[in-house]
Write a protein that binds this ligand. Sequence first.
Ligand SMILES: CC(C)(COP(=O)(O)OP(=O)(O)OC[C@H]1O[C@@H](n2cnc3c(N)ncnc32)[C@H](O)[C@@H]1OP(=O)(O)O)[C@@H](O)C(=O)NCCC(=O)NCCS
Length: 173
Amino acid sequence: MQISIRPEKREDFNTIYQLAALAFGQEDESRLIDLLRKDECFIPALSLVAVDGEKLFGHILFTKISIVDQEGRSHISLALAPMAVLPDYQRKGIGGQLIRQGLRIARDLGYSSVIVLGHKDYYPKFGFEPAEKWKIRTHYEVPSDYFMGLALVPDGLEGVSGMVEYSPPFDQI
Ligand SMILES: CC(C)(COP(=O)(O)OP(=O)(O)OC[C@H]1O[C@@H](n2cnc3c(N)ncnc32)[C@H](O)[C@@H]1OP(=O)(O)O)[C@@H](O)C(=O)NCCC(=O)NCCS
């Protein structure tokens, strides 16, 4: 299998919907992806698919969020969510390729950090650390080690703290 990572195309939308539904065992994340695509938080260059030729094996999405501190100062960051790999092709490194390529593109686009809410044993492999390190918080009720941050550049989260404000679609699902 020769996996390459590229931005999604319009003709991938339906396949991505089906892929996320299979990976998550429900359609919530698929509907979330469709809603995020129509929101101003969406960055086309950061909705990536893992493909081998025509066949699509995985998808990852990074969208814009704000981290707002107690003084109301807002820092633009990215949320990594959702990501999915076809069940029969998991644990072959496809997810890792999607994350690494996504982080590279995000850095090239000038973003300085990424926030993720997810498996505590998975994302640290890519440098994520519990977001409490920076006093970055979420209104979602999750164990603190499932809510993580990553600086894309040195000092990318220096002086940044506060509550993550997700785009409206996250609360519509
Ligand atoms: C999470 C997911 C995208 C990872 O993709 P992947 O291609 O399997 O990931 P990789 O092959 O790069 O990495 C595999 C490693 O990730 C870890 N991992 C994978 N799935 C995991 C899970 N559900 N829980 C904890 N760790 C997991 C394992 O440590 C695994 O390493 P191992 O094979 O040595 O045990 C994929 O498992 C998936 O689609 N899961 C269902 C949807 C989901 O939960 N998405 C993430 C939402 S936070």
